[in-house]
Design a protein around this ligand. Structure first.
Ligand code: GCO
Ligand code: MG
Length: 402
């Protein structure tokens, strides 16, 4: 089953996506998502210029060996660009294997551990009342878990507060917009948001919140402590995680469950967090963490330490990545929850897919492989548009994490 060709597609059906298609000698092909928000063309070039020539002639069934060849053989290891490129190859090879064996990927990686995958939606508003109304809309759609974000009074823009109701898209065409930030105002406001949410929805609804790496460890500990009465499903990315030890401070002070990992790339980014049991959910993405093969190793390590998975599923991860995540989620024993941010209609048309949503749960479907295709002709009608994520500055102008 020799690889004869591999092509990279960059398209923008509402937002930019990079997709790798690997073709084998018998005409079976596989897809992999390689999108890195705001740095898309770097991965496209890494694939086209450096990886595609290495793939031609290799046996597409040697998934693990090709992974190790691309990881160890590059000499320069890790990093989001490299790992997104490897993740795309790995996903495409699993897709090929599933199609060749006429079986969905989840059947190749242990079979279903559950009937379907619980997902959470994103509710946001410019006031607490608007956020409550947005959560209500998700509850009405059958969601059992909702992430709640709200504009902080006195700040012109806040992470997680989008324009549409079901669609949230932070990247903007052109150069990066700047937004102002105040940890003090944020910390003073968030507990009252969750007071209101629990009053309205009672205790059964799973509520989540994303801090987006903006607090210091001790500030995050204070927030986790103040939210304890509202028993969050998780508090996400409370502090930047380059320093894994920071999470000891948070753990020492609060029982609020902690989730982290959307910007991680390898098992080494989370090994201490997992082994010291400093987190409760590991949120790494299929595409940015070297694909299904590497993510399964991370889940196996996490399982030993009672850490569950919660794969990142923002709109900047294409339907190819979402499908891969759903096969992984359905099979892995220590699955926790899957993020589900709906894609726009244009994106759904460019990537026809078998996965389904019903009353708060998703299923990858039973088509062979991933169950996602790429409409190449339609994709070509949506050319790449430069876009960046915003940057954040404190009120005095100091650069801060966005
Ligand atoms: C999430 C994430 C996203 C990121 C986005 C960046 O929890 O879904 O924080 O909203 O901001 O993926 O590209
Ligand atoms: Mg997040």
């Amino acid at each position: 089953m020799k690889i004869v060709d591999a092509t990279v597609f960059v398209c923008c059906p509402g937002r930019n996506f990079v997709t790798l298609r690997i073709m084998t000698e018998d005409g079976v092909y596989g897809l992999g998502d390689a999108t890195l928000n705001g740095r898309e063309l770097a991965v496209a070039s890494y694939l086209t210029d450096h990886i595609v020539p290495l793939l031609i002639g290799r046996d597409a069934r040697r998934i693990e060996d090709i992974w190790q060849f691309l990881y160890k053989g590059a000499y320069w290891r890790r990093g989001p660009v490299t790992m997104a490129a490897i993740g795309a190859v790995d996903t495409a090879l699993w897709d090929i294997l599933g199609k060749a064996l006429n079986t969905p990927i989840y059947q190749l990686i242990g079979g279903a551990s559950r009937e379907a995958v619980m997902v959470y939606g994103h509710a946001n508003g410019s006031t607490a009342d608007e956020t409550i109304a947005a959560v209500k809309r998700y509850v009405d759609l059958g969601y059992l878990a909702v992430r709640a974000q709200c504009a902080v009074p006195g700040l012109a823009a806040t992470y997680g507060v989008g324009r549409g109701e079901l669609y949230y898209e932070p990247a903007e065409p052109g150069l990066p917009p700047e937004t102002p930030w105040s940890s003090e105002r944020y910390l003073a406001f968030v507990p009252s948001l969750f007071d209101g949410l629990r009053r309205e929805f009672g205790s059964a609804l799973h509520l989540l919140h994303d801090v987006h790496h903006r607090l210091t460890p001790i500030e995050a500990a204070r927030l986790g402590k103040s939210l304890e009465p509202h028993h969050l499903f998780w508090l996400e990315d409370p502090t930047p995680a380059e320093v894994q030890e920071s999470f000891r401070t948070i753990r020492r002070h609060t029982t609020t469950p902690i989730a982290v990992g959307e910007v991680f790339n390898t098992i080494y980014d989370c090994s201490r967090l997992v082994e010291e049991e400093l987190i409760d959910y590991i949120r790494m993405t299929v595409v940015h963490s070297g694909g299904i093969s590497h993510l399964r190793k991370i889940a196996a390590l996490a399982e030993l330490h009672h850490v569950r998975t919660g794969a990142h599923g923002a709109t900047d991860l294409s339907p190819v990545c979402l499908a891969a995540a759903l096969h992984f989620d359905l099979s892995v024993h220590n699955f926790g929850i899957q993020e589900y941010m709906r894609h726009t209609d244009e994106t759904d048309r460019v990537f026809p897919h078998a996965y389904t949503f019903e009353r708060g749960f998703m299923h990858p479907g039973n088509k062979p492989g991933l169950g996602v295709d790429l409409d190449e002709r339609l994709a070509a009608t949506f050319p790449y548009q430069r876009a960046y994520l915003p940057i954040n500055r404190k009120l005095d102008g100091t650069m801060h994490s966005w």
